[in-house]
Design a protein around this ligand. Structure first.
Ligand SMILES: NC(=O)c1ccc[n+]([C@@H]2O[C@H](COP(=O)([O-])OP(=O)(O)OC[C@H]3O[C@@H](n4cnc5c(N)ncnc54)[C@H](OP(=O)(O)O)[C@@H]3O)[C@@H](O)[C@H]2O)c1
Length: 287
């Protein structure tokens, strides 16, 4: 089995790395706060002190961190960055949600070290990561993808090849925008329905009866009605993703007025101090 380095053990990364260790892969892990590695070490993973140390004998390197700033530090930091120590022919995989522009820049750097980059951002949250039911959108060369498909499939229900390197990020930002717009609509409609004759839980339950409301949106509506904002996917992360989408749209001349409106709503929630709450906290704006 390929030797894997896993960089970033936050809510998603820890769950994804756990799948790999449980499947029997030899996994070296690194996290900025090393304390978070403890459960993985107990399962048999090895801890490295830096991303550079983690990747030294890895055939496959996976990063799962907050944003492009964190990813830049993990991959390219002058002293500790992973890219400088990649094995020739290693496959580097960026699973964090970042910009397509950053992915393409990283791909050049990885290639200059004789390795290859795939971007493979994920759809699905903590429960899906825990159940290996994520959907991965992979950008990059088919041959590289086929070499790591079993690794990716260990964490996912679906592995979709969506184009050249960077296209994973393009598609992920688009899918997230659809999720954001629907969350925004459901949050405001719950406000409307509760002012027009329905208790919040009754409104959420009835919305879920209509095929036009997909199961994850119906689930979010029920969480909103119950005031459940325990973090799965945070308002800060959604706002970050919408910012990346709008930057990418501007650079390509695309117009995304609904995404702009949704981003303003998520920023409104941040201003109320809800950045670390789940996206369902958006309902607070309309309660
Ligand atoms: N949560 C979801 O439902 C979900 C779903 C799909 C995609 N995503 C995407 O997955 C990625 C991770 O999300 P998450 O929910 O796992 O976030 P998280 O729990 O906040 O974890 C963030 C991770 O990034 C690390 N990190 C942050 N800044 C860093 C820096 N400057 N240098 C090095 N490491 C840094 C953190 O290290 P420390 O532990 O040391 O702070 C932690 O390992 C994000 O790109 C997010 O948009 C999340």
């Amino acid at each position: 089995m390929q030797t894997i380095a896993f960089l970033g053990l936050g809510a998603m990364g820890a769950r994804m790395a756990t799948q790999l260790v449980k499947a029997g892969y030899p996994v070296t892990v690194w996290n900025r706060d090393p304390a978070k590695a403890a459960p993985l070490l107990a399962l048999g993973a090895t801890l490295a002190a830096t991303p550079r140390a983690a990747v030294q004998s890895a055939a496959v390197v996976i990063s799962m961190v907050t944003d492009a700033v964190a990813a830049r530090s993990v991959w390219l930091d002058a002293h500790t960055g992973a890219v400088a120590a990649l094995q020739p022919k290693a496959i580097a995989i960026e699973c964090s949600t970042v910009t397509p522009a950053w992915v393409r820049q990283l791909a050049e750097s990885v290639q200059s070290h004789g390795a290859q980059l795939l971007d493979a951002p994920v759809v699905g949250s903590r429960p899906q990561a825990e159940a290996a039911q994520l959907v991965l959108m992979v950008g990059g060369e088919s041959l590289a993808l086929e070499q790591v498909r079993p690794v990716l499939a260990t964490m996912a229900a679906k592995v979709l090849h969506v184009g050249a390197v960077g296209q994973g990020a393009v598609f992920k930002l688009a899918v997230n925008a659809l999720f954001a717009a629907q969350l925004h609509s459901v949050a405001e409609l719950l406000g409307f329905l509760t002012r027009n004759g329905y208790a919040p839980d009754q409104a959420a339950h009835l919305l879920g009866e209509f095929p036009i409301v997909a199961a994850p949106i119906a689930g979010a509506a029920k969480m909103m009605a119950a005031g459940n904002t325990a973090p799965l996917f945070t308002i800060d992360l959604m706002e970050k993703d919408l910012g990346y989408l709008l930057d990418t749209a501007r650079a390509s001349g695309a117009k995304l007025p609904s995404a702009e409106t949704a981003r303003a709503a998520f920023q409104g929630a941040q201003q109320l101090g809800l950045g670390r709450a789940n996206v369902t906290g958006l309902a607070t704006l309309f309660a």
